[in-house]
Design a protein around this ligand. Sequence first.
Ligand SMILES: [Zn+2]
Length: 694
Amino acid sequence: MAQEYSCRIYDRRGELIQVTALKGGGRREFTPLKEIPKDLQKAFLKQEDRRFYFHHGVDWFSLLQAASQNHQSKRIVRGGSTISMQLAKAINKDTSLNFRRKFSDIFTAYRIEAKLSKKKILELYLNSIYFGANSYGVTSGARSFFGCELSQLNKGQLQVLSIIPRNPSFYNPVAFPEHFKIYSKEIEQAAHTAHFYKYPFKLPHFINYVISDFKKNNQKLPYKLTTSINLEISQMAEDFLREALEEARPSRITNGALLLLDNSDGSVLTWLGNGDFFDSENSGQIDGVLVKNQPGSSMKPFLYALAIENNILQPGTVLADVPTEFGNEKLYIPENFNNRFNGPVRTRIALASSLNVPAVSTLNKLGVKTYLEKLYELGFESLRENDAGLKADLGLALGAGEVSLKELVPAFSVFIRDGTYLPLNYNNQLTNGRQLYTADTSRIITSILSDKGARALGFGYTQTFQTDYPSIFKTGTSNQYQNIIALGATQHFTIGVWMGNFSGNTVIGKTGSSLPAWVAKNILDKIENSTTPFPEPEHWHKERICSLSGQKACSNCRAVVTEYVKDGTELPDCSWHTSLSDSKEISTVYPPEYQQWLRSRPDKGLIEYALSPLTFITPKQDSLFFYSSLNKNQQAIPFEVTGGSESTLDIYYDEKKIATIDRPFNFSLPVNRGDHSCRVQCGNEELILNFSVK
Ligand SMILES: [Zn+2]
């Protein structure tokens, strides 16, 4: 007696996402008897089976009466069938009108009555009868003709609904409302309110995933499922994704996917498997959230976090971005985003700017297996399959192992949750989180990924990541930009956007490379409003370090940055900036591993003002100026500063803040006799210049 039922799937606000279709395309929703309006039950019993509670499945009196009426009118006008017999008929799936079938119905009806209570029979009956319009059961009947839930039907509509099954094509209230005239004015009026309801077909990839997930766990879909989806946010997200795909079309990017999670419980708010499900030309039905792609640099935070955790490095530790052999012929290290090797770079910059050699050397120190174990814990099951992760070897540092957005996004959210991993869920099946990184490590990673200045070396200054609320971002590309991924997270949300194409066509140019980040940022802009800063690590403190060597800043260092240093760490004084014994000149002494890089570097000067350390161009350190008592009102000392990581510069004159200026950093200070200092601060970089006026 098992019948197939549709599942109505709702979003977290109670809006219908889909009512799953039966194999044949129709819909049969289930509602327990106690939730079916009493008036509707009564109407059906009155219409179909007045003595329902008194007979044992077959109402012989009613059958004989019907036979006699049919005989008189020489055609079948009434069936005389009880509700049990009609249920039997629905189950027997034999719709012919003959006595053999009727006999079989009678037989089945007796069996049904012997097995089931009257209430259960009525429940099954009300949930199976046919209403036309490919709809079975009162719930789908109500929805198909009145576009609402059973509980929302008015009295007249309840009556209309109870009449339809007598002859669904004749009593079709949309086509023939006048056929209800013979009952009452109220019923006829109600019939006039009928309209064909278009069943929603939203988030088809997500719904397919839900269905397959239940199947995988050998569970039947319930008749009603409330998911964590927010359809309002989904619609907004879909608009942005489609706009970006439109923009990316000339680059031959045809597909895009998006996953948005709620950080508080790891639940899915939006799941978009593709821009357009019905775009068969570009395999629109494939779910991009589940497709495995090379994640490129988007996985680097997991690597550096583990290296920090294992005391291999700290954000101030300098790594060598120079051509390096790793004794692995298979390893291909793609060129950096900025198309050059950058020499010594602090870990903060190496991660934020996605530099490749430092990542590989970090993995080399950490060990591929150690890293893989962490990735498995983070839910990257794809890397376990066929030893994909092991095969990628050191290439894992560059995102060579293929993973899905469904794996990436929950993993990325650990940094916002102080290192706690929560598996993705969509229907409040909450599990306990697992602590995979310490809170402090996570906070250090968060401070790096939210550092706009540190990103500048790799990506230049883009507005893409400028948000009014604390946020972290990481992007990744692979295979000549065939895959572009952007991950973003804020206090409350984590989002992942993938763009590329399923066909494997080469994407043309870099045009599309910032589009996923654009989509992610725009969506977060609409939903995040928390301005609470990310928490500071507890067992780390800030120290002034040399921006070049990462060692303790000394008076010779040209640029100084403040950086987190783990409590208990003894930083050595900067040994790169030394003044040779007999001269006042300060020179930079690079360790031997940078010598070759220094020779091959074509431009020893400043590359681009924003990408180099903060530097005073004029005046020189310890300059001496002479005060003239003549035109004293026109005298000023011009200053010029370049480099730096932010777009504004704070100026302190004798330790008093006098101004904040925009680029270019040109300003003047008044001339007053005495020794003075000018301190400038740009992001977390600062410089002090001393001068005297006589
Ligand atoms: Zn130094």
